[in-house]
Design a protein around this ligand. Sequence first.
Ligand code: ATP
Length: 374
Amino acid sequence: MKKSVSVSLEGVSKVFKNTKGKADVVAVHASDFTVNPGELVSLLGPSGCGKTTTLRMIAGFELPTTGKILIGAEDVTMLPPNARDTATVFQSYGLFPHLTVKENVAYGLNYGKSGKYGKSGKPQKLPKSDIAEKVRETLALVGLSELHDRAPGQLSGGQQQRVALARSLIVEPAVLLLDEPLSNLDALLREQMRVEIRRIQKNLGITAVYVTHDRVEAMSLSDRVIVMRDGKIEQIGSPQSIYEDPVSQFVAGFVGKVAFFPVEDLEKQDGAWNCRLGRRTLRVHRFASDLEVGKPGLVMARPESLRLVEPGLGYIDGTVHLNVYLGHSIETFVETVYGEILIQVDDPASKQLFPEGTAVSIDFSLDRIRLLRG
Ligand code: ATP
């Protein structure tokens, strides 16, 4: 197995110069981050935030306007894609319809990066027996051994994406780049393939960068997630930290269901913040670093950090509007002066339930809520 390498971006930006009198597009603003050896990092954000452009710069399909890209210790900023030790899996599988599965997978070795170059600088072909052995190994890795003689047209979407993955992995790249690889699959297959990609990436210990706008995909696959917005990095952290401790309202809302409550008169006391929510004072122990005394704030609460109690006993009164039964939990939508608030009731069989139309009050799990800048 190859030694894992890091990928680093230092002050990398990309401006698309638009001709025909149109404004330039700053797709990526001075990005700095390092993907550690063997780590899978996702770039997550809404459409147009610069995820794909960032990935394409790492792959060498786009040149940065400013900054440096390093793979391991090597500065690859100006190298063409085929001179970088990377392989990219795209959303569209890009398989050759007239070649079989094994021929598609072998293609990378035959014509792409065999890892060896002749005197002319052209990639050298590997001996046929080596190719056959590598194809067998790689197809086994992605669970496609049985289907090696099929044509891509005879495969399901998930199987086709496995072929594309195998074609990238066969060249044993130091860095695997994945651009929304599961977008064309249905929900169930996406879930299966997500686990599969993670398993393969971990087994190989390969460094990977994964582009997605799907928060569940990013959270479940990644060691760390980079949340992007308008070409800028908003936050880099583990799935748990971006979910539990987002730095901004944008990140909080993008990575999961959440309710926000505006609060006033922020006051710092003994390492926690006090604030006024309606008639009551709230003491919050988890908070963003950019709060200011006397200024407004925003309390964020995930659905599982809210509890329903009898009217008058919690912080916010309301009326149950809708109960949605999900088996392991119930989602209750409560109408309040702050709008409709979602509360997740886990293990509903053991809890007091409030039928639709009932007056209730919402209580916070004070150790779970977080205070953000208002
Ligand atoms: P999506 O999830 O929709 O793929 P994204 O986050 O990957 O979006 P990018 O494709 O990186 O976003 O695009 C970032 C910005 O750069 C967008 O405003 C896009 O329109 C613009 N852009 C991308 N490629 C070009 C190009 N070749 N010329 C001009 N503008 C471009």
